[in-house]
Design a protein around this ligand. Structure first.
Ligand SMILES: Nc1ncnc2c1ncn2[C@@H]1O[C@H](COP(=O)(O)OP(=O)(O)OP(=O)(O)O)[C@@H](O)[C@H]1O
Length: 371
């Protein structure tokens, strides 16, 4: 657990970067600091590993004040990941990763073995081990940065905008991979971002800071979306709050009868399509009954080919969120959202009215309707 106890930081002149910040980042959880530019996120983070000294107040790691710890020992307890990874340019990937373990006195061979293991855990093959940072993409460098921070198996991790230097697609992948990794490793993490979507996606808890370095609200993503503390938080979270909160409610199809969707295979004739169709659209699936797309009965004049398929519909995996299921229904040309199992096999379809009923049930229960 990382505790801020009335921490302030005043720089010279009138700037108060952080103003009387008190909060606790719980053990094994990912806490996000988010807020507009200049609200003191990075300053707060860097006070934890004493790259910056607080003007007043204390920071404690598992109850132990950091200001009296030996600074080298303190930093060894804390993995640190920064934007653009900050890798050593003259060291290979595997030696970059091994650095922190070596600094903690681990024998070279053990450190290298751990580095190779970590490379795979962050989604890079061993083929990258002997490359230099400049031979990697931004996303790959960022993965190496995470692996390097993890190499000494620190109890705490500080991450300053770790995914912001890459394009949105890679960023999404890195976030997903990092969430998976954190489920395994359960570190106590504080991450800084200016991106509220990233905060809501990754955070167990989100601390929203306002300019002047004060805490506006600290809450779970669901709580922030359902009950923003004031206008500043509501504005910062932005529009679509009602829609985004659906991302935190699992689609429960127990009370909902999934439609039994008939399917055809590629190669089906127009006559077959017309016989099977319940309306204009027929779902096309492969031999394992995995949906491939929808065919428009009125548009197919020859045996069905790949090029005939409408691919606009998203698939919702069973057990995914109401947001995914709603999106599957909205994006499907037939209006029927396709639900698949873990191997991508068809389970059934849902109509918009089914999803609306599920949303209504969740809204009055778990979504936390306003009192
Ligand atoms: N070394 C410094 N000297 C004087 N003022 C500083 C110094 N470092 C930061 N500040 C000021 O302190 C405030 C907080 O800065 P900080 O970098 O912590 O903000 P931030 O929330 O991380 O911003 P961003 O999202 O833009 O990175 C800002 O007003 C900044 O200008």
């Amino acid at each position: 657990m990382i505790t801020f106890d009335h921490v302030s930081k005043h720089y010279s002149g009138p700037t108060t970067a952080v103003d009387d910040l008190s909060l606790t980042a719980p053990s094994g959880k990912l806490t996000i600091f988010v807020g507009p530019s200049g609200c003191g996120k990075t300053t707060s983070l860097r006070m934890i590993n004493r790259l910056i000294t607080p003007s007043s107040g204390r920071i404690l790691l598992d109850g132990e004040p950091t200001d009296v710890m030996d600074v080298a020992l303190l930093r060894r307890k804390i993995g640190y990941v920064i934007q653009n990874a900050g890798l050593f340019p003259h060291r290979t990937v595997v030696h970059n990763i091994a650095t922190t373990a070596r600094l903690n006195g681990m024998p070279k061979q053990t450190a290298l073995r751990i580095a190779h293991d970590l490379l795979e855990r962050v989604g890079l093959s061993s083929a990258f081990a002997d490359r230099y940072p400049w031979q990697l993409s931004g996303g790959q460098q960022q993965r190496v940065g995470v692996a390097r921070a993890l190499a000494s198996d620190p109890k705490f991790m500080l991450m300053d905008e770790p995914f912001s230097a890459v394009d949105p697609v890679v960023r999404g992948q890195l976030q997903d991979e990092f969430l998976r990794l954190q489920r395994e490793i359960g570190k106590t993490i504080i991450m800084v971002t200016h991106d509220i979507d990233e905060a809501l996606k990754l955070g167990d808890q989100v601390a929203v800071l306002r300019t002047g370095g004060t805490l506006a609200q600290m809450a779970s993503p669901q709580e922030l979306l359902a009950r923003p503390a004031d206008d500043f938080v509501a504005d910062f979270i932005g529009r679509d709050r009602g829609y985004r909160i659906l991302g935190f409610a699992e689609f429960n199809h127990e009370g909902v009868r999934l439609g039994k969707e008939p399917t055809v295979a590629l190669g089906a004739t127009p006559e077959t399509l017309r016989q099977i169709a319940t309306d204009r659209w027929v779902l096309v699936a492969d031999e394992q009954n995995r949906p491939l797309g929808w065919a428009d009965v009125e548009g197919v004049k020859n045996p069905l080919r790949n090029g005939d398929l409408n691919l606009s519909g998203t698939l919702a995996v069973e057990g995914s969120s109401l947001r995914h299921v709603l999106d599957a229904a909205l994006s499907s040309p037939s209006g029927r959202g396709v639900i698949v199992g873990p191997a991508g096999e068809l389970i059934g379809t849902v109509t918009l009215s089914h999803v609306a009923a599920a949303i209504e049930a969740a809204r009055t229960g778990r979504l936390g309707a306003r009192p």
